[in-house]
Design a protein around this ligand. Structure first.
Ligand code: FAD
Length: 317
């Protein structure tokens, strides 16, 4: 079923979450057992992130460096199949522009359609850590709006090498990312919203936001999005802070602010356990306020560790 249909039919705010494929060499069993408790809250869908290969440099005995690529978290498609079978939830794979030619994207979408995936979250992806600028594959997409257009094209039976619309029509519901605190490359929020609208005009049917810790930023974002004529559902992404390290890592990595009131509490914390308690309490308050405001669905970034999200959901759903 499509995410837009789940939202349209829901009588209350839905619960959903995102998982990461395990690091290469780790088992899927641990991941599945880890997220099993969250099924108590009936998530209609679970997102599975996609990770590009990272480049590392291998030093040869002669001193020369060789650039080699490695994929640390493979398995997005396989995990989607596994969790759909095991938990009877819709799996939403993330699909990137980066690292894919259009042909590879087309083939990936055929695989996803064949295993029964009906929803995908279309994203550009970031530059690999060893590079400082996003560069598409030759014949890949530069912006997500073009990836959305390709997916929607297949929904109309358009394939890359077909002259006419004669191909099998897929039926993907496409989501895209939105940034309440703006995407880090965008010079202004207005500029970013203009390009968010292009993704929706290309056929995206819902938006999932980057994590935020100040609900006012989300409410302001929703208002601005509506003001420019975007009407699709906007699903807020929430992340409980759980470690001391995340207090500096999250703002640095995701280009967001931690509100003063949250920082006042976090600064009193001496251990990860203290931080986790504060993070859970904060996310509970955020969740309650978002539900009271009639938000269609709350989407939790679990990083595949379900404990904090379980405590929040138990309190809120
Ligand atoms: P785009 O919408 O293409 O926008 C990228 C930038 O280009 C923005 O600054 C935008 O304003 C600008 N822009 C867009 N169109 C134009 C144009 N025509 N001209 C000029 N500028 C333009 N990354 C992963 O690698 N794997 C994941 O699984 C993953 N999951 C994510 C899930 C969510 C909910 C979110 C919010 C992010 C996720 N990301 C993931 C990170 C994402 O890939 C990065 O944030 C990436 O830098 C931007 O992706 P996008 O789809 O928003 O890009």
């Amino acid at each position: 079923m499509k995410i837009t249909d789940y939202i349209a039919e829901a009588e209350k705010t839905l619960f959903s979450f995102e998982i990461l494929p395990p690091l290469k060499g780790q088992s899927l069993k641990d991941l599945c057992e880890g997220i099993e408790p969250l099924m108590e809250f009936n998530p209609p869908f679970v997102d599975v992130t996609y990770h590009r290969e990272e480049f590392i440099y291998k030093k040869h005995p002669n001193g020369l460096l060789e650039k080699v690529s490695t994929k640390k978290r493979p398995g997005t498609v396989g995990i989607c199949a596994a969790i759909m079978n095991r938990f009877q939830v819709a799996a939403v794979p993330h699909l990137l522009c980066g690292g894919f030619t259009k042909e590879e994207t087309e083939n990936a979408l055929i695989d996803l359609n064949f295993i029964g995936v009906q929803n995908v979250l279309a994203l550009r992806g970031d530059a690999p850590k060893s590079e400082n600028k996003f560069v598409p594959e030759p014949d890949g997409h530069t912006y997500t709006k073009d990836l959305v257009a390709q997916i929607v094209g297949m929904n109309h039976g358009r394939y890359l090498h077909e002259e006419t619309e004669t191909g099998f029509q897929t039926d993907f519901c496409v989501g895209v990312a939105g940034y309440p605190e703006k995407h880090f490359e965008a010079p202004s929020l207005k500029f970013d919203l203009k390009h968010l609208k292009e993704k929706v005009d290309a056929g995206a049917e819902y938006i999932v936001t980057q994590m935020f810790f100040d609900n006012e930023k989300y409410f302001d974002f929703v208002k601005k999005v509506r003001d420019i004529g975007i009407t699709v559902p906007i699903i807020p992404g929430l992340k409980p802070i759980t470690t001391l390290g995340q207090i500096s890592m999250l703002p640095r990595t995701f280009f967001l602010d931690l509100p003063d009131a949250l920082m006042d509490e976090l600064e009193k914390c001496k251990s990860n356990a203290d931080v986790k308690q504060v993070g859970i309490e904060w996310a509970i308050q955020q969740s309650k306020e978002l539900i009271a405001a009639g938000t269609p669905c709350l989407h939790y970034y679990t990083m595949s560790k379900a404990g904090a999200t379980y405590k929040i959901a138990k309190e809120v759903f």
